[in-house]
Design a protein around this ligand. Structure first.
Ligand code: HPA
Length: 273
C-alpha cells in the first residue's frame, strides 16, 4: 500500500475505534515524556501495530500507541512513541502525522529531547522551538508529491506557529515555569555529534540540537497542520561541558523535567479549547 493509502486507511480505523471523535490537537510524546499519556481522560488506545503505516518501535523509552481522549477538556490524539530517522527511514512518522490531519486535528504539538548550545540554558530547561535547521541530509517530503495532502513546494516560514509560541509563553508564565526559546537543529544521528560538529551547529545559528521533530514538522506543515514544539534540554552540546552525553542521561533528564513539560503541554492544549 502507498503511504497515502495507509494514512487514509489508518484514519478510517481510528474513526471506527472512536466514532465521532475529532481531536483538536495531536501530540507527539518524545523521549521519557510518556507519562503525559496518563493525564488523558476517557482514553481509547490503539496499538501502532494495528494501524497501517504506523511504525514498529524498538528504542528503549518509546512505546507505540495512539491514545485518543481529552486533555484539560480538549480532545487530543496522543502519538505515544515516535520512530526516528536514524532507525533507517526519515519518513517513518509520515503516515501517523497525515492520519492525524485526516481525522481532523488542526494542531500538532511536538515534544523532544535536545542538547543545548547555550550554557545558560542547561539540563532540565524547557525550550519552545521557534524555527529549525534541517541537517539530516534528507526530507520526508522527497519523492513524488501527493497533491491530496499538500503542495510540491510547501513554504516553511512560520513553520512553528507564532500564535502557538505566544500561547506557550503565556502558559509558562502563568505556571511559573521558565521557558527558553530557540532554533532547533536536526541531526540524523544515531551517533551524537562530535565537539567540532557542535561548534558548527552553534555557528550556524542553532540553540539546540536533537534527532527528531523536523521530519514531523515538515510533514505536518505540508498537510496544513499548525505546529508547535517544546524541547526538554537534557544536556549541553558535546564539548560544551565536562558532562557525558548519552542516551541514559537523556532519558533521566527528560524524566526529571517531565512534570514541567506535562504541565506546559496540558495548559497549552487546554487553552486550544
Ligand atoms: N545531541 C543530539 N540529540 C540529543 C542531544 C544531543 O546533545 N541531547 C538529546 N538529544
Amino acid at each position: 500500500m502507498s503511504q497515502a493509502t495507509d494514512a487514509v486507511e489508518a484514519a478510517r480505523q481510528i474513526q471506527k475505534a472512536a466514532p465521532g471523535f475529532v481531536p483538536r490537537a495531536a501530540i507527539v510524546l518524545g523521549s521519557g515524556l510518556g507519562p503525559l499519556a496518563r493525564r488523558i481522560d476517557d482514553p481509547v488506545r490503539i496499538a501502532y501495530a494495528d494501524l497501517p503505516g504506523f511504525p514498529e518501535l524498538a528504542v528503549e523509552g518509546h512505546t507505540g500507541e495512539l491514545i485518543l481522549g481529552t486533555l484539560a477538556g480538549t480532545p487530543v490524539a496522543c502519538l505515544a512513541g515516535r520512530k526516528h530517522a536514524y532507525e533507517g527511514r526519515i519518513d517513518a512518522m509520515k503516515t501517523p502525522v497525515r492520519a492525524m490531519r485526516l481525522i481532523g486535528a488542526e494542531v500538532l504539538y511536538l515534544t523532544c529531547a535536545a542538547g543545548s548550545m547555550r550554557a545558560e540554558v542547561g539540563a532540565g530547561s524547557l525550550m519552545t522551538i521557534t524555527d529549525h535547521i534541517n541537517l539530516m541530509g534528507g526530507s520526508p517530503l522527497a519523492g513524488p508529491n501527493d497533491e491530496d495532502f499538500g503542495p510540491r513546494f510547501p513554504p516553511m516560514a512560520d513553520a512553528y506557529d507564532p500564535e502557538l509560541i505566544a500561547l506557550q509563553r503565556r502558559a509558562a508564565d502563568e505556571l511559573g515555569i521558565s521557558l527558553a526559546d530557540g532554533v532547533y537543529a536536526a541531526w540524523l544521528g544515531p551517533a551524537f555529534e562530535t565537539p567540532a560538529e557542535v561548534r558548527m551547529i552553534k555557528g550556524l545559528g542553532a540553540d539546540a540540537v536533537g534527532m527528531s521533530t523536523v521530519p514531523e514538522c515538515l510533514v505536518a506543515r505540508h498537510c496544513g497542520l499548525r505546529v508547535t514544539a517544546t524541547a526538554v534540554i537534557t544536556n549541553l552540546g558535546v564539548g560544551l561541558s565536562d558532562e557525558p552525553v548519552n542516551h541514559d542521561q537523556t532519558l533521566a533528564a527528560a524524566a526529571e523535567a517531565g512534570e514541567r513539560l506535562q504541565a506546559l503541554v496540558t495548559a497549552v492544549v487546554g487553552a486550544l479549547g
